[in-house]
Design a protein around this ligand. Structure first.
Ligand SMILES: NC(=O)c1ccc[n+]([C@@H]2O[C@H](COP(=O)([O-])OP(=O)(O)OC[C@H]3O[C@@H](n4cnc5c(N)ncnc54)[C@H](O)[C@@H]3O)[C@@H](O)[C@H]2O)c1
Length: 271
């Protein structure tokens, strides 16, 4: 078992990648604090983990709320008395309706004429609240959770933090400038903190997945998914299990010389 007797806190673990990472870590002997903004999904994943024989506890909170995050870490320590691994995974990727329609029209135009003169009109029409909420969940949430985790890990002289970036941090994705900015910020944050705390025995790395088939892609049309698969050298979207395997590698001693790296399970979409 690669994570025997370790304790992890995984944010956004009620669905998709976070849930799969929780199940994968649990099979390797890890106890899991299951965060999600939706308490019912955290409870459901805790039940799945306990059915596997793992120790697990629900930690519902909004990671964009620094006071709630502070309380969540206190509850985690009350439940487990330890924290070895933090996975900053919670996230949203919301494309507004008009942006989605414009993006579809652009795609159709490219398919028929080979080029487009349109704009998705995402940046020009984006409201402050939409921009701020995306950055708050991804970037502020990653910062708040990392800050709390470091207080525990620096004391222990050991720790492992994995941040969820995205292909968007490497290439930008049309229609989601907020998401692309937040994910690029997470990569910069990862490298800075990695340099800061490696001397204390804490490794910080990131994962930048390509398109992975999870509920996050609910707003992506079938046509768009076909285009993505066609542009991906591997010819398909990824699975949550493929990202969870990357997280397990980073969380375990198998990656002992990896510091401040961004691993990109993306089927070759970006090399
Ligand atoms: N699916 C993909 O193609 C893909 C690609 C690259 C990166 N990612 C990133 O991976 C992470 C997980 O995405 P997913 O595909 O599993 O999506 P998902 O929608 O299946 O899961 C995200 C989870 O995060 C939770 N969440 C949202 N806001 C939160 C908040 N403020 N506080 C706590 N929890 C919150 C949601 O309730 C949900 O359970 C995200 O950071 C996402 O940006 C996903």
């Amino acid at each position: 078992m690669k994570l025997k007797s370790k304790v992890a806190l995984i944010t956004g673990a009620g669905s998709g990648l976070g849930r799969e990472i929780a199940l994968t870590f649990a099979r390797e002997g890890c106890a899991i604090g299951v965060n999600d903004i939706r308490p019912e999904t955290a409870d459901a994943v805790v039940a799945e983990l306990r059915a596997l024989g793992a120790e697990a506890s629900p930690l519902p909170c909004d990671v964009a709320d620094s006071r709630a995050v502070h309380k969540m870490f206190a509850k985690h320590m009350g439940d487990f008395q330890s924290l070895d691994i933090l996975v900053n995974n919670a996230g949203i990727a919301h494309m507004e309706e008009h942006v989605r329609k414009n993006a579809e029209a652009m795609l159709q135009e490219v398919i028929t004429t080979g080029r487009t003169t349109r704009s998705a009109e995402a940046t020009k029409l984006m409201e402050d609240g939409h921009w701020r909420r995306t950055l708050a969940i991804h970037l502020d949430g990653t910062f708040y959770c990392t800050r709390e985790a470091l207080k525990i890990m620096e004391f222990n002289g050991w720790g492992n933090i994995i941040n969820m970036g995205s292909l968007a941090s490497q290439t930008g994705i049309m229609g989601v400038p907020d998401y692309s900015a937040a994910k690029a910020g997470i990569v910069g944050f990862t490298k800075s903190v990695a340099r800061e705390v490696i001397g204390r025995g804490i490794r910080v790395n990131a994962i930048a997945p390509g398109y992975i088939d999870t509920p996050l892609l609910v707003e992506v049309s079938d046509l768009m998914k076909q285009m993505i698969a066609a542009q991906t050298p591997m010819g398909r979207l990824g699975t949550a299990a493929e990202v969870a395997a990357t997280a397990l590698f980073l969380a375990s001693d198998d990656s002992s010389f990896f510091v401040g790296q961004v691993l990109a399970p993306n089927g070759g979409l970006y090399m």
